[in-house]
Design a protein around this ligand. Structure first.
Ligand code: ADP
Length: 768
């Protein structure tokens, strides 16, 4: 069962802890999600910005196209217009600071090239294929105002524009091309070349205009960008080369041949870029055609990253942007730490307050519980004033007090009932059979004092000859269902007492061990009368044999008749033989022999009869009649039960008579049987046989009356062989009447009632 204190503590402290935790955690989650989303948006903005900037940065290269168109229309690509061409290129260079150089090469191998040469200084290179070898290549230093600051020839220079990749490609494509970014040889800076063919009137390529754009500025631009606090953006070419990086020093790496090239994104000396990109895309998928966003972890730092395509057809580049998550959610993490600390402080304070409050609420309940427990143990009087508590508990207390009062009353009543019960009672420990408690009647039954029965087992009181019953008792007390049995016990004076034992099991409510409440009745008297009845029964059996003998005597008379008649006839025959032929000795002897034989036969019959009759040793004695009537009743009880007949023996003072006890019993049994059989045949609803006995002058009048149908018409009572029963003899009433007569009384049928009533008298034996 849950304690109120625990429930209150959980409710007051636990629930608010839960609530604070939910609020802090959910606000943490939602704000973190929002900020990460914001981080991505910011990365996206930066990426878009880079693209715009790059677009702007590269747009002047478009003017190269315009330039080539102008060159074609104005025909200034002719050798004669070389100065004009140089001036045009010079102007282009000055107008776009990102241009490193602008040049034109034609189909004959002529070449005009203007490039930056330090701060506000320019250098022109002119290749004239028609000049002699020593003057083929001319270099002119130009000032910012196109002034000639000195010139020289370089006879060693064998430069041919037509062999350069930008020329070949633009001529092949017959349109503008961008080269892949590469490291400019002279400046060792990263750059890119835009080249456009100059198409002549007859649609054939006259030459190619090229513009070198230094893209170092893109790296500077990237370094100035703020991507979070510690993030960065890099630009990759379609082949995975890193062509712009906030740290331009990382942008050049030496080739095996000693040249310079861009580092690949997979081997650049910037592990974060590698992590941001390298783990996400395979080598053959450097360019992306959509925005790829992801998170990655590097050196125990979580990063957000975005990989964006440029979206410009002629610039196949990709931007990789990344920034540590902490740049965006660092503040919130700090804030969360603070919040968590505040929440913990709030939780602890409110938990302590909650516990204190729970304790305060629970205190009266606890005091009440302690009091209840003390009351139930009997240590506190239920009427003592209650501790300060709640109304509901006061109600519970009233109920409890009433309950306890009721329980005590029941206990007192039970104790008194137990102590003063007229029947012997005992509490017996189931495990051992030990007597835990006995009442006065129990002690009186066996003659022991209460103390003498301490530590005594019930088995030890049982008669040692009842060994089987002792075993049965021991197995029954280890069970749980009520049981009963009859046995002999030995009292203090060593006399046998017959008892009937009935036990029920009781499980105490206080978890004590189970015991047996036994009720013990003294049935010694009943046993004695039982024995007496058995004796009477045996005697009746013997008497019945005498009855049979009477019947036998009738049969014997018939048997005797035969030899005696034969003897008489044979004597007549002998006399006649003597009279007529006395010499015939043989015939005479034969007749005499037959007579002798028949005489022996008769003698045998008589001997047998005497032998049977000799056992009748009945004598007249004085006895109590009511007891005999009751014993007779018990003898026929099985028959009566079988036919649901109740036999009532009317009570009254003791009546002593003088008669042959067994014979009188036979008469009563006979009358009771007749009555039961009459009711059984009839099937009437009232099924009662009533026996009565009363004093009447010098006699005692005994009547047996039943609720049966009465004597059938035409039956001659007290007449031998008069019977209406299939297997009846019709001798019962005849014999009964002769027995009563032999005992000095009379017997008759009382026809004054509709039902049958037979009465007889016996001589009263007056008590002195
Ligand atoms: P049995 O019982 O062998 O027939 P009894 O001499 O005892 O011989 O009875 C003779 C007859 O008397 C019975 O067959 C019965 O018809 C009648 N009789 C005796 N007692 C009763 C009775 N209580 N009620 C009705 N008829 C009885």
């Amino acid at each position: 069962m849950k304690s109120l204190g625990v429930i209150l503590a959980l409710a007051l402290a636990g629930l608010q802890l839960f609530a604070v935790a939910v609020v802090v955690f959910s606000s943490f989650l939602t704000s973190e999600r929002a900020l990460l989303e914001h981080a991505r948006l910011q990365l996206f903005d930066v990426g878009t910005n880079v693209i715009q900037h790059t677009r702007w940065f590269m747009s002047p290269a478009r003017s190269a196209t315009e330039l080539s168109t102008a060159l074609a229309t104005n025909e200034i690509v002719r050798r004669e217009e070389r100065d004009h061409l140089e001036g045009l290129l010079f102007q282009q260079l000055r107008s776009a600071p990102q241009f490193a150089g602008a040049y034109y090469g034609d189909e004959d191998g002529n070449f005009v090239y203007v490039k930056r040469d330090g701060d506000q200084q320019y250098l022109t290179k002119i290749v004239d294929t028609r000049a002699d070898a020593a003057q083929r290549t001319l270099f002119i230093n130009r000032g910012d105002d196109f002034s000639n600051d000195g010139q020289y020839f370089d006879p060693e220079d064998r430069y041919d524009p037509r062999a350069r990749p930008w020329y070949i490609e633009a001529k092949d494509v017959r349109g503008s091309i961008w080269t892949d970014p590469y490291i400019f040889f002279t400046s060792q800076s990263p750059g890119i070349t835009a080249a456009t063919p100059v198409i002549g009137l007859r649609s054939h390529v006259q030459g190619v205009v090229g513009v070198d754009i230094e893209i170092k500025a893109l790296s500077s631009f990237l370094s100035e960008l703020s991507v979070g606090k510690n993030g960065a953006a890099v630009i990759l070419n379609r082949n995975g080369d890193v062509i712009a990086h906030p740290n331009p020093e990382l942008l050049t790496t030496e080739t095996e041949e000693g040249g310079l090239r861009f580092p690949s994104v997979y081997d650049i000396a910037d592990p974060i870029v590698k992590a941001a990109f390298g783990d996400r895309l395979r080598e053959d998928e450097v360019s992306v055609d959509r925005i790829v966003q992801s998170n990655f972890r590097h050196m125990d730092q979580d990063y957000v990253s975005l990989i964006m395509p440029f979206g410009l057809d002629d610039i196949p580049w990709t931007i990789v942007l990344y920034a540590p998550e902490n740049d965006f959610i660092g503040a919130i993490i700090d804030n969360r730490r603070q919040n968590t600390a505040i929440a913990v402080a709030v939780v602890l304070t409110t938990a302590l307050l909650g516990l204190a409050l729970a304790n305060r609420i629970h205190e009266p309940v606890r005091a009440f519980a302690v009091r209840s427990s003390l009351i139930s143990q009997g240590e506190v009087d239920p009427n003592e004033p209650m501790p300060r508590t709640y109304k509901e508990l006061e109600h519970a207390n009233t109920t409890l007090v009433n309950e306890i009062a009721q329980r005590r009353k029941s206990e007192r009543e039970y104790r008194l009932t137990f102590e003063n019960a007229s029947r012997a009672m005992a509490h017996i420990e189931c495990a051992t059979g030990k007597l835990l408690r006995v009442n006065k009647s129990f002690c009186e039954l066996l003659g022991f004092g209460t103390q003498e029965l301490d530590d005594v087992t019930f088995q030890s009181l049982m008669d040692p000859s009842e060994r089987e019953t002792v075993g049965e008792f021991e197995s029954k007390i280890s069970g749980t269902s009520a049981f009963g049995f009859e046995t002999k016990v030995i009292d203090k004076k060593n006399a046998q007492v017959w008892i009937s034992f009935n036990g029920v099991f009781v499980q105490p409510s206080d978890q004590g061990s189970m015991y047996l409440v036994a009720t013990i009745d003294d049935i010694t008297q009943a046993h004695v009368s039982e024995e007496k009845i058995e004796t009477l029964n045996r005697e009746l059996a013997r008497f019945s044999r005498h009855e049979m003998l009477d019947e036998l005597a009738t049969g014997l008379a018939h048997e005797l008749n035969q030899p005696l008649t034969a003897i008489t006839q044979n004597v007549d025959a002998a006399q006649s033989t003597i009279r007529t032929s006395p010499e015939n000795v043989d015939a005479l002897q034969e007749v005499l022999g037959a007579i002798e034989q028949q005489a022996h036969q008769a003698s045998d019959i008589i001997k047998a009869l005497r032998a049977l009759v000799r056992k009748d040793t009945n004598m007249m004695t004085a006895f109590e009649l009511r007891e005999l009537l009751d014993q007779a009743r018990r003898l026929v009880r099985p028959d009566a039960r079988q036919h649901s007949v109740e036999i009532i023996n009317t009570k009254g003072p003791e009546l002593h008579v003088r008669a042959m006890r067994v014979q009188i019993a036979q008469v009563v049994v006979n009358l009771l049987r007749n009555a039961i059989e009459a009711i059984a045949e009839d099937g009437s609803a009232r099924r009662i046989v009533r026996m009565s006995a009363e004093e009447s002058g010098d006699f005692v009048l005994v009547c047996v009356e039943d609720t049966g149908p009465g004597i059938k018409d035409g039956v001659e009572l007290f007449t031998p062989f008069e019977t209406t029963k299939r297997d009846g003899m019709g001798m019962g009433l005849v014999i009964s009447r002769s027995i009563i007569k032999a005992n000095g009384g009379e017997m008759w049928y009382d026809g004054s009632k509709t039902s049958a009533r037979f009465c007889f008298t016996l001589t009263l034996e007056r008590q002195l």
